[in-house]
Design a protein around this ligand. Sequence first.
Ligand SMILES: Cc1ncc(COP(=O)(O)O)c(C=O)c1O
Length: 435
Amino acid sequence: MNTPDLAAWWMPFTANRQFKAQPRLLAEARGMFYRSADDREILDGTAGLWCVNAGHGREEIADAVSHQIRTMDFAPAFQMGHPIGFDFASRLAEIAPAGLDRIFFTGSGSESVDTALKIALAYQRAIGQGTRTRFIGRERGYHGVGFGGISVGGILNNRRVFTSLPGTDHLRHTHDLARNAFSRDLPEYGAELADDLERLVQLHGAETIAAVIVEPVAGSTGVLLPPKGYLERLREIATRHGILLIFDEVITGFGRLGTPFAADYFGVTPDLITTAKGITNGTLPMGAVFASRAVHDGIVKGPENLIELFHGYTYSGHPVACAAGLATLDIYAREGLLTRGAALSGTWADILHGLRDAPHVIDVRTIGLVGGIELASREGAPGARAYDVFTDCFREGLLIRVTGDIIALSPPLIVEEDHMARIAETIRAALERAG
Ligand SMILES: Cc1ncc(COP(=O)(O)O)c(C=O)c1O
């Protein structure tokens, strides 16, 4: 394949000039593998971007999408509806964690986050708590790139350049290698960090706080696991102070931890869940916010001729995305993919923890079918070592993701043991070559 002209596409979250000098182009995908534009097989260690949970090139999804475009390509969802949107919402409600069975469709994870924050504000106002306008996020959280999401997110580069919404604050993050390095599953120490919410309540007053949002397992900032008991404690403190708890499950939703949602894994029920990515197996842009009955019913009341929530997108409940989503849920159900990770997580952990003696490795952490491998940074050049490992792996036929000096792994949930072994071997060889 000829290299296309690279000038026009201003690429997202990419060092554009570096990339265009040495592009990495993917051209095809099937099952566990991509094929690069220079015709090499690349094992997908990241489910695309944490989204292709059922593996690539699923014919049923392609057929459903093609059929839906031919049947009805688009329909408005403002004061109109279409059966496939209602069907998809009902199917999502069936697999939702207890009681979170009211579904608001969006077009992406970022839109889901901004939607959930707006629902939280609308709910607090609707129940007579209109002074609650503040949001609490967490350091090292990632909630997409809308202004709401970057404000509650904890990635400094996202916030420094673009400024944050007023009235946002952050819990301390829970990442503590001194106490928790090489944890298998949940780290032992740090549940008390949830008490940071008490500190912010003392500082700002509970009556000013609408919601707290966290990723149950932080993905994009490097696979940060919640200490044992942390999420339970956060739930308890939020409830005690009338603060809504939002789980951002854009990554953990749809089977990543070996349960349908992280809320199921931890046995902690938030008031709102944000999702995207795996909802259509990454095939079409879509997201959904799952709301509790209490939140939904708190807003959907009053005069019946009035719009209850002034919010929505042209593509909310897009019929073609719904078709992709329904076909995706069928595959997840038939192949047991929403729980498959539970059976495989022990093998996954054994294989990745086998890298603990590889050069530069200062931590390995795993949960479900997620893995994080943290490397010592090169003196004065944070991120450089992991970037070298990333490009080395790509040359050797493996796609991984790196954030700073952390390697993040999240293979499609159809992964087999030999793929896991190949992931670990390729990374080990790259680490041995990395200076
Ligand atoms: C936890 C979390 N929230 C939100 C987002 C944003 O999703 P999107 O890129 O679809 O807007 C992401 C993306 O990785 C995410 O990991």
